[in-house]
Design a protein around this ligand. Structure first.
Ligand code: Q46
Ligand code: ZN
Length: 338
């Protein structure tokens, strides 16, 4: 297999583009694709400082790497969710990545704002873990960006993530989610920052290959709470479609954005106001995050009253067994093998 660009030995075949690249030309392709997406979708300008939400995984670190290489002014934001070894290891990856490049990394611990890490939030609120986690992440990303003077937050969502979300929303015909499905969520209130997804046209396999070729040390394990998530089944289904017909995933997502999304967007605009407690946006009197923090506080007080020792027991065991991201390993071994 030869590189389509230089004729040298190709390390990666991209069936949906009907092409193959050597290591250098693939990295150039990846960077070009990302920067073109930022430009075409007007995600941010060269002058705007960008807060990059990093999880320690391949996608967000690959994105930060591309932006740093391209000379954008960035800072990384790591949200410490307090999820066992997963959080400890992913934080260490982000810190090492930032230190190697002399980049600024902001670390915010969920436990400091909510009163407990995500595993305990779930116990306190009986809310599904990922729902409490997603709410906390969106809130803290926005609040940190505002506090630190950023107008835009970039996340590492890739094509597989976005296509799976769209697939799930379509199966439920969830009009509100369909309307929100976009690579650029504009700030519709002075207390909101823009949220963008510059990797949304690049597949998980491509981001894994880029991170591998760049020697980025990222965490391969997924969050233990991701196991059994419906989104993983949706990704599997889409992967089977992609195998049978390369380009299906991209066409599903891009055609939706182009042709169908405007129909869902037309609904009533939501009226936002400021939370009476924290000043962040909400549709009610008090925002969902403040309510969540209240629930956690009440739970801790009740537990504290029951146990004279005070602190609420925190699980230390990882609930998941063996973990791993098969597609990462596939991409890495593909490169090794060639
Ligand atoms: S939402 Fe759920 Fe993720 Fe939070 S609890 Fe883990 S899997 S990290 S993307
Ligand atoms: Zn609030």
């Amino acid at each position: 297999m030869k590189c389509r660009k230089c004729g040298g030995r190709a390390v990666l075949e991209l069936r949906r583009h009907n092409t193959a690249f050597c290591a250098d030309d693939f990295q150039a392709f990846f960077r070009h694709h990302t920067l073109e997406t930022i430009r075409r979708w007007q995600m941010f300008t060269r002058e705007e400082p960008v807060l990059v939400a990093v999880s320690g995984g391949k996608d967000s670190l690959a994105l930060w790497d591309v932006l740093l290489e391209a000379g954008y002014t960035t800072a990384g934001l790591y949200l410490d969710l307090g999820i066992f070894d997963y959080s400890r290891e992913s934080k260490a990856r982000c810190q090492a990545f930032a230190a190697e490049r002399g980049a600024r990394l902001i670390v915010v611990a969920v436990a400091e704002t909510v009163g407990a890490g995500i595993p305990l939030v779930e116990q306190a609120t009986r809310r599904p873990t990922c729902s409490a986690c997603g709410l906390s992440k969106r809130y803290l990303m926005n609040r940190t960006a505002l506090e630190q003077g950023f107008t835009v937050v970039a996340t590492g969502h890739n094509l597989d993530d976005e296509a799976a979300t769209l697939f799930g929303s379509t199966l439920r015909w969830d009009e509100a989610s369909l309307a929100r499905q976009t690579p650029v969520l504009e700030a519709t209130h002075p207390k909101l920052v823009r949220r963008v997804k510059p990797l949304f046209r690049l597949s998980e396999r491509e981001t894994a290959a880029y991170a591998f070729l760049r020697g980025i040390d990222y965490i391969v394990e997924e969050c233990p709470f991701a196991r059994g998530a419906t989104s993983i089944t949706h990704k599997d289904v889409l992967n089977r479609l992609e195998d049978a017909s390369p380009g299906s995933k991209a066409s599903f997502l891009l055609t939706y954005l182009d042709r169908a999304r405007p129909r869902f967007q037309a609904g009533d605009p939501v009226e936002l106001r400021e939370c009476a407690r924290c000043g962040q946006t909400t549709t009610g009197e008090v925002c969902a995050f403040c309510k969540l923090a209240d629930q956690v506080r009440r739970h801790r007080e009740a537990a504290g009253a029951l146990s004279p020792a005070g602190p609420v027991a925190v699980e230390t065991d990882d609930p998941a067994g063996s973990r791993g991201l098969v597609s990462d390993l596939d991409a890495a071994s593909e490169i090794h093998a060639s």
